[in-house]
Design a protein around this ligand. Structure first.
Ligand SMILES: NC(=O)c1ccc[n+]([C@@H]2O[C@H](COP(=O)([O-])OP(=O)(O)OC[C@H]3O[C@@H](n4cnc5c(N)ncnc54)[C@H](O)[C@@H]3O)[C@@H](O)[C@H]2O)c1
Length: 276
């Protein structure tokens, strides 16, 4: 178990990728506090993990909610070793031209407040505990932090902003706290959209992402949420990561290396090597 006696705080740990990270961290020996807006999901987590998980209901747009989460995590588990700002929403790839004039202010604020301010506030609230533990931060980014077409301009801009946050905070918090980012690609989760665009009840699982990505990803299929979690374990582990800060992991099935005419260049390797 690579995270024995470590304590993590995960935002948005009630569903999807965050939930997979919580499950994996507990399996690796960690105790985990989770800040999520869904009381029902927090109850499910407690039922699954008992005293190894602490749920704190709150909104990542509110500094006081992060402060409460940090306080309760330290009270219950004694410290915070690793903060994982992860709660987010998607814009369902709505192009700029389609965002209604009378909603663009509200939509910008909603997506940026959750995806960007929610991450900054998490670090702000946990900073004393992280400095004390000489801990680390692992931000969830997205392929949209590096490439177009993984969202509309609102989502893509928020995820590029997180790339900047990794770099700036890795500098600002050194040498006390390491700051890194994992950029997963598509996965079948409950990822919602902004209520200001009428998308609060849409879930990304309603989009046939798996079919769309199968022909586009060099690895040949869309990963499932659990397959992304090992990267978070690596960045949270203390033993092998002393040199690792300001690092960004493209963890998206190879989007940056797909070819012009086909996604994967080596599909016929087994035949050429007479392996099948
Ligand atoms: N699903 C994908 O295809 C995909 C791809 C790349 C990156 N990501 C990123 O992964 C992260 C997690 O998304 P997911 O796909 O697991 O979505 P999800 O909706 O399944 O999980 C997100 C969790 O965050 C919580 N949450 C949302 N807004 C909140 C708020 N204001 N305050 C507190 N909690 C809030 C939700 O209740 C939910 O439990 C996001 O940052 C997302 O951008 C997702």
């Amino acid at each position: 178990m690579q995270l024995n006696n470590e304590v993590a705080l995960v935002t948005g740990g009630g569903s999807g990728l965050g939930r997979a990270i919580v499950d994996r961290f507990v399996a690796e020996g960690a105790r985990v506090a989770v800040l999520d807006k869904s009381a029902a999901r927090l109850q499910e987590l407690q039922a699954a993990h008992g005293a190894k998980v602490l749920g704190i209901e709150g909104d990542v747009r509110v500094l006081a909610d992060h402060q409460k989460a940090a306080r309760e995590c330290v009270a219950a588990f004694g410290k915070i070793d690793c903060l994982i700002p992860n709660a987010g929403i998607w814009d369902y790839s709505m192009p700029l031209v389609d965002i209604p004039d009378d909603r663009i202010d509200a939509a910008f604020d909603e997506v940026f407040h959750i995806n960007v301010k929610g991450y900054l506030l998490a670090v702000k609230a946990c900073l004393p505990a992280l400095v004390q533990s000489r801990g680390s931060v692992v931000f969830t980014i997205s392929n949209a932090g590096f490439y177009p077409n993984g969202g509309g301009p609102l989502y893509t801009a928020t995820k590029h902003a997180v790339v900047g946050m990794v770099r700036q905070l890795a500098f600002e918090l050194a040498p006390h706290v390491r700051v890194n980012g994992v950029a997963p690609g598509g996965m079948n989760t409950d990822l919602r959209g902004p209520s200001s665009l009428g998308m609060a009840n849409q879930a990304i699982s309603s989009v046939p992402l798996g079919d769309m990505l199968a022909s586009v990803l060099p690895v040949g299929r869309m990963p499932v949420a659990t397959e992304y979690t090992g990267a978070y374990v690596f960045f949270a582990t203390r033993s092998d990561t002393f040199p690792t800060t300001g690092a960004l992991l493209n963890h998206d099935g190879g989007m940056g290396v797909r070819g012009f005419f086909e996604a994967a260049g080596g599909k016929d390797l087994p035949q050429k090597l007479q392996l099948s």
